[in-house]
Write a protein of this length. Sequence first.
Length: 545
Amino acid sequence: MKVLLFLSLIAPSLATNVAPLGQRGGHHIENVLEELRSSSGTGSSEDIDTSHTFDAQLLDHYTTSVLDPSADRTWSQRFYYDDRFWGGEGSPVFLYIGGEGPQGPVTDKLFMWQLAEENNALMIALEHRFYGESYPTKDMSNPNLVYLTSSQALADLARFIEYVSGLSSDSGAGELSKASPPLKVKADLSSSKWVSFGGSYPGNLATWLKLKYPSSVAGTVGSSAPVKGDYNYYKYAQVVGSALAYPLIGGSQQCYDVVEKASAELHELVTHTSPFGTSASLPASLRPCGPMANDLDLYAYESTIFGNFQGTVQYNLQSSAATVADLCEELIDESHATPLDAMASMVGKFFDASEEGAAEPSCIPSSWDELIGELQEEEFDGSSAMRQWIYQSCNEFGYFQTTEGEDHPFTSLTSCSLEIAGKQMCEQAYGIKNYKGPLKAGVGGDSYASDERYGARSVLGANITMPNGNMDPWHSLGVVNSTGTFYDEDQVTTNSETVVFIDGTAHCRDMYAPGAFESMGVNDTSAVVWAHAKIKGSVESYLLD
């Protein structure tokens, strides 16, 4: 079973071996890029070996060696260096910021690739500490996870930028030895302007890099960035509901209503028996993998049902998986006797992971112990991301996707509560006792550590572009137009910042190259074309300033 906190990270193929999506993570963008490369048969970013490690990264950027000898400890951070378009001295550097999962090289399926080609830019991608193969410590035990914070990641970025900016074609052996294999740069980099790019959590980092280290980059593009913390994040469910009802992407009010009624029917049927879910009336495709002894097991089950809708909406039209239109078409089919029958048919059709030809459909994960067990795995393996990401959520951002609140169709799935999705998960996975959310010490209310550190939706910087799609659940914590449903009156921007609000699009849609999804039968909408033009204009202006 895999635990996934939906952010930039998981392709929407959610089935029985994929755990509840009440808390999800995983490097979604990299998964989508891999599918795009496979579907188009191209691999233009793979024909040059661009992988290196920066071997002089600091474990702790904030503690002096006098107080803590471990502060001088260095480690090797993976990065990719691709100079195929670089014009040499004075030409820019475009930095792709890695996030909560393994990072790969920059690919021609990214809009950044096209911008780099047009602007003769050097392309670099830096992997985030603790993810992929960037191991700052020997394992992910609780004492070591204290070095996994957004502020340490930002300091990694600043130190790395400083290192690369100091390179030239005649750099001495001492400088070259900081990278493995050694970097052989073809010109002096000291006069090159940097522009950073990131999506989702890396979108936060891109935005915050310009706020906290303003001289490191000339400008930045932070796509789909949930810059505001939120412990009880039921706004996510509200956007999922809005998408299911939005005709532009194939939703309808009828579809929304079916989901709402089916969720209520399912919860009543599952909880009416003891152990939960043993009712003979439960459709085969909705049967749990095992008996559910308590609300924790029920959470594992119901959050998977919720997760099917989460994944579809968050990554709508960005893979070969089912779309909102696909789900709604099945849900409102008049051949279904009840809303629950409609949901069962939808799950069986789009989310069944059974072997081909299997006599029975696959089951729905229903074990809290399996879920927590994965979060307790302390060994690095180069690919897993859940233990790391949920830890960051517990300590900085919240982001716990619950079904509390109102104005969404999942309110009946009551096990997806803050008590379980937040408090119990953080306590049992990391031993964080009496957890009340990632609040700054001595500050009450909804003041999150990340909000105090970075300003939430008050992004008071310069040369920052912030794209968001109005059908992306994460836009509800981002910087959006005043016409948006989730516009926050406390939001503050400056005259040199650009808000790009894209109608009908899902998570990080603007980050993909024009025509990236044509091989999957999806064309760019006029809204996407407009957004690309806005972002291109911003980047070009940053290079001229």
